[in-house]
Design a protein around this ligand. Structure first.
Ligand SMILES: O=C[C@H](O)[C@H](O)[C@H](O)COP(=O)(O)O
Length: 213
């Protein structure tokens, strides 16, 4: 089965976690787009969605799904989002679409995080996909030098500005044996806004196509 078909299956399968009256946290990306399409059928049974990006907000609104502010919504029961890589412990690399900061905030606010992926995203060890890091623009070179000290190869995602007005550095060449430790270490660097490692707050459920693992 193609990756696109598995993404569609995962997006549609995630609907079974949505409860009546819920405010649903919604991630970003091509897999989530299938979820949003399916969520439109339930729009009269939910209160609405909290969105992780301008892209998802536009999609949700186009389909008539109310988009709510996280501060007003409070704790969320459910967050649905894709990932760029997923290890056997449900730890993730995210941020291929530059939406990692708002995604991490919503994941932290949600009781259950259901991650929807196709099978190409499954890895034994995180790091084949370059690790995205959102940085304050003036700190780009500083953070890059710190990454080199940690044996990573930083590549500036030239031309990309995040929804928060910041820049992205993609780090190549890391085999991430201890993602919890690395996430903490990178979070401490001055100028880093968010690291695309979701190890301290991994997914609770992963759907690979329509198969829950
Ligand atoms: O910033 C983007 C997000 O983390 C996405 O969830 C991730 O890149 C996966 O996207 P896709 O479902 O398009 O492969």
């Amino acid at each position: 089965m193609s990756n696109a078909n598995e993404k569609r299956q995962a997006g549609e399968a995630a609907i079974r976690y949505v409860e009546d009256g819920a405010i649903v946290g919604v991630g970003t990306g091509s897999t989530v787009a299938f979820f949003i399409d399916a969520l439109a059928d339930l729009r009269d049974r939910i209160q609405g969605a909290v969105s992780s990006s301008e892209q998802s907000t536009a999609h949700l609104k186009k389909l008539g799904i109310p988009v709510l502010d996280l501060n007003a919504a409070g704790p969320l029961s459910l967050y649905i989002d894709g990932a760029d890589e997923c290890d056997p412990h449900k730890r993730l690399i995210k941020g291929g679409g530059a939406a990692l900061t708002r995604e991490k905030i919503i994941a932290a606010a949600a009781q259950k995080f259901v991650c929807i992926i196709d099978s190409s995203k499954q890895v034994d060890l995180l790091g084949r996909f370059p690790l995205p890091i959102e940085v304050i623009p003036m700190a780009r070179s500083l953070v890059g030098r710190e990454i080199v000290k940690l044996d990573g190869q930083p590549v500036w995602r030239d031309g990309v500005v995040t929804d928060n007005g910041n820049w992205i550095i993609d780090v190549h060449g890391w085999r991430i044996t201890d993602p919890v430790e690395l996430e903490g270490k990178l979070n401490q660097l001055a100028g880093v806004v968010t690291v695309g490692l979701f190890a301290r707050r991994p997914a609770d459920v992963v759907l690979v196509g329509d198969r829950e693992i």
